[in-house]
Design a protein. Sequence first.
Length: 138
Amino acid sequence: SAKKFIENVKLKKDADFIIVDIHGEITSEKMAMGYLFDGKVTMLVGTHTHVPTSDHRIMEKGTAYQTDIGMCGDYNSVIGMNRDNSLKKFFKDPSATKHYPALGEATISGLMVIADDKTGLANKVEPIVLGALLENRI
């Protein structure tokens, strides 16, 4: 569990930097984990929804945080999958096939964190969005 992990793995004792990925659907759970891990890990980010949130920040005790860092893939799609086939699947069209990736231009989404070598905590965070469809607004 998250509590057991943070009790047993200590920043700067067991690792110079600690990155936690919360792979989940529910934003409130990711936010709660952010507060649990604040000051104890370098960076905590959410994944799974494939859509980057714009709440990147350094939390009160120094942990870099973003609810969801998005995906690396074609955003002119349904979370990276072919949109036409995805629509067929949603409407239970018998001609729908197994999900397959969209083949358009990819966008890379993520979070850049600059951390302090002495503390292992974040000094600066900036979202990364490189690609044609989404805009990076730094």
